[in-house]
Write a protein that binds this ligand. Structure first.
Ligand code: PHB
Length: 391
């Protein structure tokens, strides 16, 4: 070995011992192509903005290497293959991302085998966190929004129709709303499940209209599908027939509101994040977002899920001074709290590793000439009702 090589090896060894100039590899499984690519873009921008604004919050000498992968949509086989490669070849130390539940379900067993902490930024079906002790969730569950909305609706309406997207989060949303609504004395007059791939919502909305409900409750994946179902609701004149439209915030997602015309005015949703929230932490977040991505750009709940997941990643790195131990990471994340997320106070429930957060009852109104999800009521610090009811 030449002297130079020996010195270099020594320096590397020293760096490893002291934690100096250490690189931590973070895998991100997201969606960057196909009809759901805008959701992945909003997620990615949430991570990147957090990292840009908080670069000084890592221990000295610690660097992050972010390795992003594209699952292309709800595609469990692909997601599993990407996770395997990230674990075996890239040797990531923490995994984050995942928009779609089927992808998260496919990855869950691998995180247990590999002892890989997985901080979910979106996928919202309740059962996911029970599938591996190495999962913590920074997004939401559909039960958190749809169950209280069922209770809220039962105080105002007697007859509801349910239309949900036919995959796991849709099924959760349907079951949660139905339970809340029926417990409050409401009646479900009909139900339909719409396809996840390339749905045409017109026939489904027609069926809903024909059932003459007072209110239609719906969940579809955020983004373009939300705009499409809103259009079908307007085109078929359900609003003019006096039928209200409600659902989790996915159907009036902030970045899509400008594409929806005036149809959503008066639509009521339950959700954990609105870009119109007037908390100081949210005002600062929106200002930073617009400065970075342009005045016309709006973050969505997916951006905030990514922002908060990255905040937790920074926290576990700081607490371990840059040396990631999987079991210690999971112990730490169970203690994670942030009183000042853009969405309000949040905490990880140590018993379930699921998020505890406010749910807001919101109505779409015009604010300064633009549609906004205006928060009307706060249901404080909601734990996943599916897990609470199963206890
Ligand atoms: C999910 O797959 O869990 C999912 C996808 C899109 C949403 C919400 C949940 O808007």
């Amino acid at each position: 070995m030449t002297i130079l090589k020996a010195v270099a090896a020594l320096a590397l060894a020293l760096a490893a011992c002291t934690g100096f100039a250490q690189t931590i590899k973070i895998g991100v499984i997201n969606v960057y192509s196909g009809p759901f690519a805008t959701l992945g873009d909003l997620t990615e921008k949430g991570y990147r903005l957090y990292m840009k604004l908080n670069a000084d919050k890592l221990p000295p000498g610690v660097k992050l290497e972010i390795i992003t992968r594209d699952a292309g949509g709800p595609n469990p086989d692909k997601a599993k293959q990407l996770a395997q490669e990230l674990i075996v070849r890239d040797r990531i130390q923490i995994l984050t991302g995942v928009i779609f539940t089927p992808n998260a379900m496919a990855i869950a067993p691998l995180t247990q085998e590999a002892k890989l902490p997985f901080f979910i930024s979106n996928a919202g079906t309740s059962v996911i966190t029970t599938r591996s002790p190495y999962i913590a969730r920074f997004s939401f569950t559909l039960w958190q929004s749809s169950y209280p909305l069922g209770q809220w609706a039962a105080k105002r309406y007697k007859r509801a129709y349910i239309a949900v997207s036919d995959f796991a989060p849709g099924h959760d949303s349907e079951e949660a709303f139905e339970r809340g609504f029926k417990e409050g004395g409401g009646e479900i007059v009909g139900k339909v499940r719409t396809p996840l791939a390339n749905p045409d919502f017109v026939p489904f909305m027609q069926r809903a209209k024909d059932s003459k409900p007072e209110v239609v409750f719906s969940f579809v994946p955020a983004g373009r599908q939300a705009t499409a179902i809103m259009k079908a609701y307007g085109d078929l004149g359900l609003d003019k027939a006096g039928i209200k439209f409600i659902g989790p915030g996915d159907i009036t997602t902030d970045e899509e509101l400008p594409n929806m015309g005036d149809v959503p005015l008066g639509v009521v949703t339950a959700h954990h994040y609105s870009a119109a929230g007037d908390r100081p932490a949210n005002k600062a977040f929106i200002a930073a977002w617009k400065k970075e991505y342009g005045e016309k750009s709006w973050p969505s709940f997916m951006s905030v899920g990514a922002w908060d997941a990255m905040d937790a990643i920074y926290y576990v790195i700081r607490e371990q001074k840059g040396r990631i131990d999987p079991d210690r990471t999971m112990e730490l994340v169970k203690q994670y709290k942030n009183p000042n997320s853009p969405r309000g106070p949040i905490a990880i429930d140590p018993a379930t590793r699921d998020i505890i957060q406010n749910e807001y009852i919101r109505e779409v109104r015009k604010v300064g000439g633009q549609l906004a999800n205006v928060e009307l009521e706060t249901i404080p610090m909601v734990k996943d009702p599916w897990k609470e009811l199963k206890k």
